[in-house]
Design a protein around this ligand. Structure first.
Ligand code: NDP
Ligand code: 8X3
Length: 252
């Protein structure tokens, strides 16, 4: 079988990790990336043993580190078929007038510029091979704005715009571009947003059944395994009890 290679950012946790497990099971070889190396090492023990696996450790904010890490891949591993731009987080949930500028920097640098730095290295590989698929993990926050979500929503609106821009510029090279926009998924997302406050993070998902990382991985998997004449472009997926970014019906 001619195995394909998937490059997944933010693979140490949540949606990214679920994508690694799902795609490895479906016959993809995996390049997993993140900052927490110990988790990337452990991931190798958890994935389908038939998948080839390698990992890269870098902070997506650091352009040089992104370049150096990807340059180090062997020519075999560089034949990347699928890029899942998933690394990202929210930092804080504050009214814009009292927002923390370090949080703003983190969200714009990771969610927007980090996605661009990684894509910048991988798009030429796909263009040269005249094939490829880029999946950008946006958010319902890419489609709507909710109170105190200001800069996170702006960063995800940017991801949505970049997804559309990539599709316009890359389709002619045989590259598909898919935006996937989840609502509330229970991961380490809220723990990061609330800076390690476990009780506050847990309360986000209480009283209803949130999405699971595996639900999003299923959609990524489905999107990238369609026949060549089918392009999934834009998918929004909410929890069953969620009506929009700001309305969750609890205890129903
Ligand atoms: P997690 O916090 O569980 O995972 C975030 C991942 O991003 C981790 O693997 C982390 O790896 C990586 N990451 C964060 N910052 C950096 C960085 N500077 N450099 C490299 N990697 C980084 O959250 P989710 O799985 O929920 O989030 C994944 C994506 O899904 C994000 O883009 C998020 O915005 C989006 N999303 C999440 C939703 C949710 O409700 N959970 C809903 C909609 C979208 P490490 O720390 O090891 O570097
Ligand atoms: C994560 C979902 O609603 O917390 O992007 O912004 S939300």
């Amino acid at each position: 079988m001619n195995r394909k290679i998937a490059f997944i950012t933010g693979a140490t946790s949540g949606i990214g990790k679920a994508c690694v497990l799902s795609l490895a099971k479906s016959g993809f070889d995996i390049i997993a990336t993140g900052r927490r190396e110990e988790r990337l090492i452990k991931l190798k023990q958890e994935i389908d043993p038939s998948a080839r696996y390698t990992y890269l450790v870098f902070d997506v904010r650091n352009k040089n580190d992104v370049d150096t890490a990807i340059d180090k891949l062997s020519s075999d591993w560089k034949k990347i078929d699928v890029l899942v731009n998933n690394a990202g987080n929210a930092h804080g949930l504050d009214p814009i007038q009292s927002g923390n500028t370090d949080d703003w920097d983190a969200m714009m640098d990771i969610n927007v510029k980090g996605l661009l730095y990684v894509s910048k290295k991988i798009m030429p590989i796909m263009i040269e091979r005249k094939q490829g698929h880029i999946v950008n993990i946006g958010s319902i926050a890419a489609k709507e704005v909710y109170p105190n979500g200001n800069v996170y929503c702006a960063s995800k609106h940017a991801v949505d715009a970049l997804t559309k821009g990539m599709r316009l510029d890359l389709t002619k090279y045989g590259i598909k571009v898919t935006g996937i926009h989840p609502g509330l998924v229970e991961t380490e997302f809220s723990l990061v947003r609330f800076k390690g406050d476990e009780d506050r993070a847990k309360s986000v998902y209480e009283g209803f059944e949130p999405l699971k990382p595996e639900d999003i991985a299923d959609i990524v998997n489905f999107s990238i395994t369609r026949p060549s004449h089918v392009a999934m472009t834009d998918i929004t997926v909410l929890a069953g009890s969620q009506a929009n970014s700001n309305t969750v019906y609890k205890n129903i």
